[in-house]
Design a protein around this ligand. Structure first.
Ligand SMILES: Cc1cc2nc3c(=O)[nH]c(=O)nc-3n(C[C@H](O)[C@H](O)[C@H](O)COP(=O)(O)O)c2cc1C
Length: 360
């Protein structure tokens, strides 16, 4: 028996385990495997255009009728002129790398493409009718949010502080993801930008649980059954796990990224803004060490990725991840290379065993 059934009941899932949406590395394959195992599979949509999103959801729907989550970013796109200037300064900071790797610094690069949730994506969500829609970086404008609600999707978003959790609850979220600072990938922070005050999962979850009435999903540094049991002890009703799913064969992780994950330790990661302009947790590599980890020159999200893209492409072609974001959380060492469905079932079974042993 799970100590809290609110999320299982609210979302119609068997297991209170969410596979985190992870843009660029998770596709329909992993979502299907987790959904079929009884957890909540989450499709990251930040890097998909409407046609690709539709195709992914059609693939999922052919394989499973279980609940799924579609995940979107809802950042504000930076203003054109100021953004251009900031991008140019960033490129100048990176120029020595262009010279070293033989990339022409005058050659134009494709802009960073991470689209925020907009009218077109909202139309598509209404049509595709997922059971859950999750947002990162706050929520979209009220008009769009209302349409998602009317389409009967449950709405969740990440909070990194109690103030953000209250803000999300006030705007109608059905549940709140408490994203501790251990988490891999982008901080969901949206009411402030001070990374130094970001809160760890152990401290954040119980304070968010005390502050809101809706159920809370613990996230950040949870990679095995011990983390799941601890999350329930802190008052969470479910967990959202990211990094541990990167070890699954379904994850689209390049061989050097996989090697970096496999050889990572508790202190291998840091919060950095050099890859996109927003703070995110990555395994440290050359560009993080030399240009960051937090650079005042990194242009606003998602623009920092643009000037890095040619460097990343050349380095990766040479088998190097010196310029590649290696998103990972602080518990990456605990990951197991199991198929995603098996991992979901194993995490749940071990957590249930530990929970029942506590009551004996
Ligand atoms: C590779 C990677 C990519 C991520 N991409 C997204 C994303 O697209 N959308 C999102 O809401 N969260 C994203 N996250 C953050 C996760 O939702 C979650 O907060 C985090 O993985 C939890 O911490 P853990 O990695 O320690 O399990 C990403 C995390 C990782 C590791």
């Amino acid at each position: 028996m799970w100590p809290d059934d609110r999320i299982r009941t609210l979302f119609g899932i068997d297991l209170p385990i969410f596979q985190a949406p992870m843009a660029g590395v998770v596709d329909s394959k992993m979502v299907i495997a987790v959904a079929e195992a009884g957890g909540l599979g989450s499709l990251p949509c930040a890097l998909l255009d409407a046609a690709a999103l539709r195709a992914e959801v059609e693939t999922i729907r052919r394989a499973t009728s279980r609940p799924i989550n579609l995940n979107f970013f809802c950042h504000t796109t930076p203003q054109h002129d100021a953004a251009r200037e900031a991008e140019a300064e960033w490129k100048a900071r990176l120029e020595t790398y262009y010279v070293e790797l033989g990339v022409d610094p005058r050659a134009p690069f494709a802009g960073a493409s991470r689209s925020p949730f907009d009218e077109e994506l909202c139309d598509l969500v209404v049509e595709l009718a997922p059971q859950v829609v999750s947002f990162h970086f706050g929520l979209p404008e009220a008009r769009l949010l209302e349409r998602v609600k009317k389409a009967r999707a449950k709405i969740i978003s990440s909070a990194t502080t109690v103030a953000e959790a209250r803000w999300l609850e006030d705007r109608g979220c059905d549940a709140i993801i408490a994203q501790g600072s251990e988490a891999g990938g982008h901080r969901g922070m949206f009411l402030h930008d001070d990374v130094a005050t970001q809160v760890g999962t152990m401290a954040l979850v119980p304070q968010v649980v005390d502050a809101v009435k809706v159920p809370v999903i613990a996230s950040g540094g949870i990679a095995d059954a011990r983390g799941i049991v601890a999350s329930f002890a802190l008052g969470a009703s479910a967990v959202q796990i990211g990094t541990a799913f990167l070890f699954c064969p379904e994850a689209k992780v390049s061989p050097p990224y996989r090697r970096a994950l496999e050889s990572s330790r508790d202190d291998s990661t840091t919060l950095t803004n050099v890859f996109t302009g927003r703070p995110a947790r990555s395994i440290m590599n050359r560009v993080v060490r030399e240009a960051g980890p937090i650079s005042p020159l990194a242009p606003p999200f998602p623009l920092a990725a643009g000037a890095l893209a040619p460097l990343r492409a050349v380095a990766e072609a040479n088998g190097s991840v010196d310029f590649t974001p290696l998103w990972a959380g602080q518990a990456s060492k605990l990951g197991l290379a199991l198929p995603a469905g098996e991992l979901t079932r194993r995490l749940a079974a071990e957590a249930l065993r530990m929970l029942s042993a506590r009551h004996r």
